[in-house]
Design a binder for this molecule. Structure first.
Ligand SMILES: *[C@@H]1O[C@H](CO)[C@@H](O)[C@H](O)[C@H]1NC(C)=O
Ligand SMILES: *[C@@H]1O[C@H](CO)[C@@H](O)[C@H](O)[C@H]1NC(C)=O
Length: 370
């Protein structure tokens, strides 16, 4: 039941963001149904809209249901160590995501929605009745690595604070803090967006609402660890995620690190999310805040035996093999030396290169049915 609500909750978050981010809607797309974007509006955004803007073809573009090679290459990880949000680190967050054109050398994060403030060299994500929540995404995509953030999360009913890793094919690793349940964190993961009611867990620790704590993930090709204050509270071994289909249901694709604060206690969300988050939000107690003091990312791809990142590789590139009526085909990705930044102010749509496919991800509609 817990996970059922959780699945609903992420959907609710996406819906809320989609409804407030201006995107030209050139039709719908969905990995769950295999509905793919036409060449005219080739990119499937993370919200399931087809189009050809940055909002569709950059962060979150789902290669499984976009036209072949339509999604932009995504920037590969570089170590990041934000000890505090001084003017320099603050200036490396773009607050105009619609203008973001792949400048990952200039920006560490995009503010996808909502608003942030800087005080005492800390970053606060704000939520009020008007903005209905805030989300930040790293501009770079990490495949494995060590991730830490020192945060103070929201402790109000109907408000969720998160730190998650999310890939464009919806592999996901979560820390979630339910405002109504100060005193615990919820860990979870998803393999390519598939619903699984057994993936979540809860971890007690004191006083999440009023204090800063270190939250972390240590993600390798063999295992995932969730950490609180430097202590591993949960370990998931890849070997223990083998599905009936003989595929490991383990997150294993390049992912953005995201932080958000969003409302579960409003009428737009499903009854499951509403209940999970502790009922109604009391907007008059807002604005609600989640504060980040520091963030560190240590890249993991170069320590992986699965992938071979060459010194001149700067981006990730997806390609799809042909599907048929019973299969969506296979999404695979590889490191590439092709740029992720548009050179002429437009989108840089890459050409396919004949590199060895490093990782192959099998997709099938059956996954989504079960
Ligand atoms: C993360 O896991 C790897 C592999 O188990 C280990 O070598 C490394 O020390 C861990 N990192 C931290 C910060 O615990
Ligand atoms: C469809 O693709 C799947 C997966 O690649 C394959 O196993 C199956 O045989 C294909 N079916 C047909 C009719 O080609």
């Amino acid at each position: 039941m817990y996970n059922a609500r959780r699945v609903l909750s992420i959907t609710a978050l996406m819906g809320l963001i989609a409804s407030t981010v201006a995107v030209l809607n050139g039709g719908s797309c969905s990995a769950a149904t295999g509905l793919t974007c036409p060449t005219k509006n080739p990119c499937c955004s993370e919200f399931g809209h087809c189009g050809d803007t940055n909002a569709h073809c950059r962060g979150g573009c789902d290669p499984r249901v976009s036209a072949p090679d339509a999604c932009s290459n995504t920037p590969i990880c570089q170590d990041l160590d934000i000890k505090m949000f001084d003017r320099t680190s603050w200036s490396r967050i773009t607050q105009k995501p619609e203008d973001y054109n792949g400048e990952a050398d200039d920006y560490d994060f995009t503010l996808d929605k909502g608003s942030i403030t800087r005080e005492d060299n800390m970053l606060t994500m704000m939520m009020d009745e008007e903005n209905k929540g805030t989300r930040l995404s790293s501009t770079r995509y990490m495949l494995y690595g060590e991730f830490n953030a020192r945060m103070k999360v929201t402790g109000s009913n109907g408000v969720i604070s998160t730190m998650i890793l999310m890939s464009d094919i919806h592999d996901e690793v979560d820390w979630e803090f339910v405002g109504a349940k100060t005193g615990e964190g919820q860990s979870n993961y998803y393999f390519q967006g598939q619903t699984d009611y057994t993936n979540g867990d809860t971890h007690a620790f004191p006083n999440t609402a009023d204090e800063f704590h270190d939250f972390g993930f240590n993600w390798t090709e063999d295992k995932l660890e969730w950490k609180i204050d430097g202590v591993v509270v949960r370990t998931l071994k890849k070997a223990d995620t083998m599905g009936w289909d003989k595929v490991s249901h383990f997150p294993a694709s390049p992912s953005r690190l995201q932080f958000s604060v969003w409302p579960s206690g409003i009428e737009d969300v499903s009854p499951g999310s509403y209940e999970w988050g502790g009922g109604a939000i009391h907007w008059n107690q807002g604005p609600f805040k989640a504060t980040i003091q520091s963030i560190s990312i240590k890249c993991g791809e170069s320590r992986s035996s699965e992938i071979d990142v060459a010194p001149d590789d700067v981006s990730w590139q997806y390609s799809m093999s042909q599907g048929n009526q019973t299969s969506l085909g296979q999404a695979s990705f590889q490191p590439s030396s092709e740029p992720y930044k548009a050179s002429d102010g437009g989108l840089s749509l890459h050409v396919s290169s004949p590199f060895t496919l490093m990782v192959t991800l099998t997709l099938s509609l059956l996954y989504f049915i079960f």
